[in-house]
Design a protein around this ligand. Structure first.
Ligand SMILES: [Zn+2]
Length: 340
């Protein structure tokens, strides 16, 4: 971690200011503090800095969340390179936000995985981005982003985010649906945004994914989420080969980049037409590895920004997922509260 991260970080237990212990060891080359201790100046909780990443987990963390995070970390520490097409995917997910919306902004990322989006946002000139993840993948994210002076990776729980409520923009892409309570996760993400700042999300939809909830989910819950990761990785090869062949045969994108309208997931699979096989395999593995995955209905997602937001817009992304963007406006929420 860089010393500047202390401008944004707080104690996850009480919200108090953190101070760096005298044993902190700066790396010789780039000023990152690779090991040491942080102490809360209010409640005296202590937190370690491990391999450059502050570990700011709250005292009472539910084990299911740690389990989900560690299942994903299996994958992210393995498929750990960052690829060109991640940038296009990211701006598709957070649209209508564009690179200029991140420039000179204080950005908070709820769930960063291996840091693919952290690197994109840092590279587009954010004033700072603080990226949170629950699991070991944060160490991969740190390795991917340590060259950026404006990127800060932290291990923490999104429901007890160890950051100040000062951010201009917060986003969570592909993460909230893996929390036990996605709505609470989004509320917690948005709580870290200053009044007038914006919050964005992208989650799996129920609509357009009925076959997954009907046929794949029972298998995931009963079997695949419990398999050893190495075995599941092997078991995913045949279905991934099948899917890869189907995409290559039937989902060549048209000149407009869109997929065949008559086939299911037309735009989604067309977007993956040029992906290498290991990315398709990673996506199949992703669907089957996690203990928790919610497929959210439009009427579950819309209320997330019903109060405390203005200019809120929820849109279907390619017919199988939901993306939302809104401006935080707490007076609205307070006025609605007082009218009740
Ligand atoms: Zn504290």
């Amino acid at each position: 971690m860089r010393r500047e991260a202390l401008n944004f970080l707080i104690c996850p237990n009480c919200g108090g200011q953190l101070a760096l212990g005298s044993d902190a060891l700066p790396a010789e080359s780039d000023g990152q503090i690779m090991a040491g201790e942080l102490m809360c100046t209010t409640c005296t909780s202590k937190f370690g800095i491990r391999d450059g990443v502050p570990v700011l987990l709250p005292a009472n963390l539910a084990s299911v969340k740690l389990e989900t995070a560690s299942r994903f970390a299996e994958e992210w520490t393995r498929w750990s390179d960052l690829r060109d097409y991640y940038e296009k995917e990211f701006f598709d997910w957070v649209a209508p936000l564009t690179p200029k919306d991140f420039k000179d902004q204080l950005v908070f990322e709820g769930g960063c995985g291996k840091g693919r989006h952290t690197a994109i946002v840092a590279g587009h000139g954010a004033k700072a981005i603080v990226s949170l993840d629950l699991g070991e993948s944060a160490f991969v994210a740190f390795a991917h982003t340590r060259k950026f002076p404006n990127a800060h990776v932290v291990i923490g729980d999104l429901l007890h985010p160890p950051v100040r409520p000062v951010f201009d923009l917060a986003f969570s892409v592909g993460v909230l649906h893996h929390l036990p309570d996605p709505a609470a996760g989004f509320a917690s993400l948005a709580s870290r945004v200053r009044d007038g700042g914006r919050a964005a999300f992208w989650v799996y939809g129920y609509e357009g994914n009925e076959w997954i909830t009907r046929y794949v989910d029972p298998i995931r819950k009963a079997l695949t989420s419990r398999l050893p990761a190495w075995f599941l990785r092997l078991a995913c090869i045949p279905p991934a080969i099948f899917l890869w062949a189907v995409i290559k045969l039937f989902y060549r994108p048209g000149p407009d980049g869109k997929g065949p309208h008559r086939l299911p997931y037309g735009d989604y699979f067309a977007a993956q037409y040029h992906y290498p096989f290991d990315e398709i395999h990673a996506n199949v593995f992703d669907q089957l590895v996690t203990p928790v995955a919610h497929y959210l209905r439009e009427d579950e997602v819309r209320p997330w920004m019903a109060t405390d937001f203005r200019d809120a817009a929820v849109r279907s992304h390619r017919g199988y997922s939901w993306a939302g963007l809104g401006t935080v406006c707490r007076e609205n929420g307070a006025a609605a509260e007082s009218q009740r």
